[in-house]
Design a protein around this ligand. Structure first.
Ligand SMILES: [Zn+2]
Length: 103
């Protein structure tokens, strides 16, 4: 009887360890995500709610990832991840506006 309890205990421990690893990985990812969110917040100049586009029309990055620069185009305020993307957009806004997914 004692042997069965011991085996049960061991297999439970193994299960616990097996389950424990992904959990600790997840907490590492959470920490990384939290750090990223903090970085985004500290460097964010513009609020997502201030712009009309969902995506940077040049590189396709969601504006929720951070907006470094904005441009006015027609009736829209567009957010860009970088000045380089804004400059690229302004070279040919008519072609790029569709990719911006304006609201
Ligand atoms: Zn971009």
């Amino acid at each position: 009887m004692k042997k069965i309890i011991a085996v049960t205990f061991i297999s439970t421990s193994v299960l616990f360890v097996a389950c424990g690893n992904p959990t600790s990985d997840a907490s590492v990812n959470d920490t990384a995500a939290a750090t990223m969110a903090m970085d985004t917040m500290s460097t964010k100049t513009y609020e997502v709610s201030l712009v009309n586009n969902k995506k940077d029309p040049t590189c396709g990055m969601p504006v929720t990832a951070g907006i470094s620069d904005t441009a006015h185009y027609e009736k829209y305020v567009l957010g860009f991840c970088s000045k380089e993307c804004k400059d690229e957009f302004l070279k040919n806004p008519k072609a790029a506006i569709a990719a911006a997914e304006v609201k």
